[in-house]
Design a protein around this ligand. Structure first.
Ligand code: NAD
Length: 326
């Protein structure tokens, strides 16, 4: 590998333009090429960040060590597969693929060729999430809201695969046990697909998560709250603010080795507040992680298998909703 990791970007629309911007600014990375079926858009972004354009995705092979793919979900498999087969590392935007069969084909090819596959679950690289998740131990109840305004994009997929999948990925990361039951409801409002959805997910640990995602809201809200027996952690993904509150036993209770049955013991107190978080662009952290994975050969921070797991849970939620009358 040359001194810099050579990374190409495929699809420079709403999100891919930021892939190009951030990769161009990373040390040890060369933004090695841009491809978009919209040639003038490719040229505009390439000129802005000092990269060259290629007419076809296949033209990139030989010029790059890795590519990021930020095209509509239905195109992911056809674009990613030739790179995976050529041993070129891929970061595929979420959702990993349009269905589990496609995800499995991608992962099978990657395992066979030993190619790194990363999934763009950007929220995992949000500094607020990275700071908060280690503090979430044995959650009993989780409440998540991800409400956005109407995007005019990603309308080829339900809101479950567009927005909720970020939170499903996070839940799978913190729950520490399998899903045992799901109840879900969804409504199509402005599109023929599900625009707003709610899922109540029970994990084997007993933890219940209540997750709401909408792409038709007036205001933007992106918040998660985790309730444990002795702690409460809240994350505002957008402002990158974290609050942590803990139950502090009364000193006299501690001296007696805990509560004493049948006796009045002084109540514990709740203490906590804002956690200091060094803000950063989650996508920048994600791309830096990917470049480092390509350089070192280690798995990416969010692997293709993680992307497949989130897609599988999202598919269960979507299938449940599809069986309900609209
Ligand atoms: P977009 O429509 O704004 O951009 C897609 C771009 O891909 C366009 O410029 C289009 O011309 C180009 N394109 C389409 N088909 C192509 C092909 N076959 N070859 C080359 N270029 C092609 O869409 P977007 O909102 O940027 O979303 C792109 C992907 O990123 C989707 O998978 C979406 O789910 C994902 N996304 C992820 C996040 C996140 O937080 N990680 C946020 C937004 C979007």
């Amino acid at each position: 590998m040359s001194e810099k990791v050579r990374i190409g970007v495929i699809g420079v629309g709403h999100l891919g333009q930021h892939h190009a911007r951030l990769l161009a600014g990373l040390d040890n990375v060369a933004l090695a090429g841009i491809v978009d079926i919209n040639a003038s858009r490719a040229q505009e972004i390439a000129a802005k960040y000092g990269a060259r354009t290629f007419a076809n995705t296949s033209d990139l092979v030989g010029y790059v060590d890795a590519v990021t793919i930020a095209t509509p979900t239905v195109t992911h498999i056809d674009i990613a597969m030739p790179f995976i087969e050529a041993g070129v590392a891929v970061l595929i935007e979420k959702p990993l693929a349009a269905g589990l069969d496609e995800a499995d084909r991608l992962l099978e090819a990657a395992a066979r060729r030993g190619t790194i596959v990363a999934t763009g679950h950007t929220e995992r690289f949000n500094p607020a999430v990275a700071a908060a998740l280690p503090l979430v131990t044995s959650p009993r109840f989780v409440e998540i809201h991800r409400l956005g305004t109407f995007p005019e994009r990603s309308l080829d997929i339900d809101v479950i695969f567009d927005l909720m999948i970020h939170d499903l990925d996070l839940l799978l990361t913190v729950a520490g046990s399998g899903v045992v039951a799901i109840d879900a409801v969804g409504v199509n409002v402005l599109t023929p697909r599900v625009d707003i959805a709610n899922a109540r997910i029970r994990f084997a640990s007993g933890c219940i998560a209540n997750v709401t995602a909408s792409r038709i809201s007036r205001d933007r809200v992106r918040k998660a709250r985790f309730f444990s027996h002795d702690a409460y952690v809240s994350i505002d993904y957008a402002t990158q603010e974290v609050e942590v509150y803990r139950l502090i036993p009364h000193p006299s209770t501690l001296a007696r080795g805990g509560s004493v049955e049948g006796q009045d013991v002084p109540r514990p107190t709740i203490q906590g507040g804002r956690l200091e978080v060094a803000n950063d662009e989650p996508l920048r952290v994600e791309l830096a992680d990917f470049a480092d994975a390509v350089r070192s050969g280690r798995p990416a921070g969010v692997t293709g298998h993680d992307g497949r797991a989130a897609l599988a849970l999202a598919t269960r939620v979507a299938d449940l909703i599809a069986t309900q009358p609209q």
